[in-house]
Design a binder for this molecule. Structure first.
Ligand code: ZN
Length: 500
């Protein structure tokens, strides 16, 4: 039996009474100062002093109550010392006594027409309430930004999305300052796309994740950002101080988004294969920045580390035991079963049923370098790049030429891929390591000759194996190189320089 002690009863009564006495943000007017709020700080940022660079002008807050209503609050220079250590972003507080006045900020962080100013008599006490909502984002649906509806450009808002494409880092000169930016493409859980420009600190933040994502989806929330009109459509961008980038956050709203996202999609790695390949970093950028290492095939096979790496190899054989294409679901790209007239997707997260389906490449090839050979899986985009025709065209042409009879076992065009030396970006998965499976998925490839030459291991050393080539210095160099042929781009680069 649980009995409340009198003292606790009293305390509970006080707490309830306090809760009952709290005001709600929507009721705030300019008529008085004694507002009592129970609010979460959903965003807190410093406003720099324009006339005194390096010092803070004020601390700004976006406060949200239990009902989800928000108001902007400002802690000016004169009271900064009282509050700056008392308040943290995401904290829950009982706050009272403010001056409420018209919100004349250039960008509105809330829809409330008033804002609060902290004064000497303002009180702040941290409080705990596990039931108080953690829905800290005001997520704007993409359709409100991409459907040519006018957007108030002085209003800041939040968007959530998966990064499905990104440009290289670029710079723009604005007066005397050079600022860096990146174009990012976001996708929501209904496959709508939204263009975003990440400026400055957003770039620094996201780069780290793009480099280490290992093809896991990167879900971001851009908080308190603005819309920018361009040719009838809007893109979104961060502001200098107010905006915040959350990467893979674990709050309820992003978690729900991720669940919805995964429920309509296939496994992440195959998805990213289709989206992030070409337009992301240029290959030379990627290699120079060490985003993925260049390895030899023997190093690849012995690799104990999951993730992407590059190899330079030539395609020596078609491995057609399992065919060269497959009939895929329009929605998730998984292989579908045909039942009567209907294609059924077996992916439990998709379960799409359709009268039509798409033929895609899944071409297994054997590639070699001077250290060994492995099998690679070329998916639709990469195979199409090499063959120059879609899987559908190839299949239709094949049926026409052979009249459906198996005179040839496969379309001749597939031979186009043979004896081609390319750089492949492959993904080492756990089954490659644990089951020593020597089939790797290709997520990107390039036929850029200069790069292939640069990262190729065999070209400059072939001559040196000639026994008549009796130059000790070069031999010593070669030996040293063997030791140094380790896995990083940098080492291989220095190896080349050393030997050639
Ligand atoms: Zn499907």
């Amino acid at each position: 039996m649980f009995v409340l002690l009198p003292r606790f009863q009293q305390k509970l009564r006080i707490t309830q009474k306090m809760a009952a006495n709290n005001d709600f943000i929507k009721d705030i007017t300019i008529s008085k100062m004694q507002w009592k709020l129970k609010v979460r700080v959903v965003r807190m940022w410093e406003k720099p002093d324009r006339f005194n660079p390096g010092s803070i002008f004020s601390i700004e807050l976006a406060l949200q109550d239990e009902k989800g209503d928000r108001i902007h609050a400002s802690i000016g220079k004169s009271v900064l010392h009282i509050f700056n250590k008392k308040i943290n972003e995401l904290g829950l507080y009982l706050m009272a006594n403010f001056i409420a006045c018209q919100n004349k900020e250039r960008f509105n962080t809330t829809k409330h027409r008033l804002m609060l100013t902290f004064i000497q008599r303002t009180t702040v006490a941290e409080t705990i309430d596990p039931l108080f909502p953690m829905n800290i984002f005001e997520l704007r649906p993409y359709h409100q930004l991409i459907n040519k509806v006018d957007v108030n450009e002085s209003e800041l808002f939040d968007v959530i999305g998966e990064i499905v494409n990104f440009s290289e880092v670029q710079t723009q000169k604005q007066g005397e300052i050079t600022r860096k930016y990146m174009d990012i493409e976001l996708e929501d859980d209904e496959r709508n796309k939204l263009s975003a420009t990440f400026w400055e600190e957003f770039v620094d933040q996201v780069i780290l994740h793009l480099l280490s994502s290992n093809n896991q989806p990167i879900i971001v929330v851009m908080q308190l950002i603005k819309a920018h009109k361009f040719q009838d459509s809007y893109s979104v961008r961060n502001t200098w101080n107010t905006s915040k980038l959350w990467i893979n956050p674990t709050f309820p709203q992003p978690e729900e988004f991720k669940t919805r996202l995964l429920s309509v999609r296939d496994s992440c790695s195959e998805r990213l294969t289709q989206t992030i390949s070409q337009q992301s970093f240029s290959v030379s950028d990627e290699l120079q920045k060490g985003i993925a290492e260049v390895k030899t095939i023997s190093q690849l096979v012995q690799s104990m580390q999951e993730g992407p790496c590059w190899i330079v190899a030539s395609i020596e054989n078609l491995e057609l035991e399992k065919g060269w294409c497959y009939v895929s679901c329009k929605k998730c790209q998984k292989k579908v079963d045909k039942l009567g007239n209907i294609y059924q997707c077996p992916n439990p997260k998709c379960k799409n049923e359709d009268y039509s389906a798409i033929i895609r490449y899944k071409l297994q090839v054997r590639v070699m370098d001077t250290t060994g050979s492995v099998s690679l899986l070329l998916w639709d985009r990469e195979a199409m790049f090499l063959i120059g025709k879609s899987a559908k065209e190839l299949k239709e042409g094949f049926l026409e030429n052979t009249g459906g009879v198996d005179m040839y076992l496969y379309p001749e065009e597939l031979n186009n891929v043979l004896q081609r030396k390319l750089m492949f970006k492959v993904i080492v998965k756990s089954e490659n390591i644990q089951l020593q499976k020597e089939i790797y998925s290709v997520v990107k490839l390039t036929d850029e000759e200069q790069l292939i030459k640069k990262y190729s291991l065999d070209t400059p050393t072939n001559d040196l194996t000639d026994p008549d080539f009796n130059n000790n210095q070069v031999f010593d160099g070669e030996k040293e190189c063997e030791v140094n042929t380790s896995t990083t781009t940098l080492h291989i680069y220095s190896y080349e320089k050393h030997c050639s």
